[in-house]
Design a protein around this ligand. Structure first.
Ligand code: ZN
Length: 99
């Protein structure tokens, strides 16, 4: 596998690994918070786990977009941005966002 996995975008740990989804695809799974990356398809026969490279890339893309909770000083406006009112209610209910 050529891609090194970045820390989990949700919990900030490096406790994530590539999990095989089926015979031709894989996704990245975080052992710590159970976050799951996008399922990606196999790109070449060289891959040890089919889809691992693409899954790792998708995970890393997400990881660099999202601030990790661990070292985040999220302000409500940062977190609430782009969420629908329903999503915000869920975030508040789950304690992920305090208005
Ligand atoms: Zn995690």
């Amino acid at each position: 596998m050529s891609e090194e996995l970045k820390p989990c975008p949700f919990c900030g740990t490096s406790d994530s690994f590539v999990e095989r989804a089926d015979f031709s695809s894989a996704y990245v799974f975080c052992n710590h918070c159970s976050a799951k990356g996008p399922t990606e398809c196999q790109e070449s026969d060289e891959e040890e786990i089919p889809g691992a490279d693409a899954a790792a890339r998708a995970w890393n893309k997400r990881a660099s977009q999202q601030p990790s909770k661990e070292n985040s000083k999220l302000s409500p406006s940062d977190f609430g941005l782009g969420l629908s009112p329903q999503e915000r209610d869920v975030a508040i209910a789950e304690g992920r966002w305090k208005p």
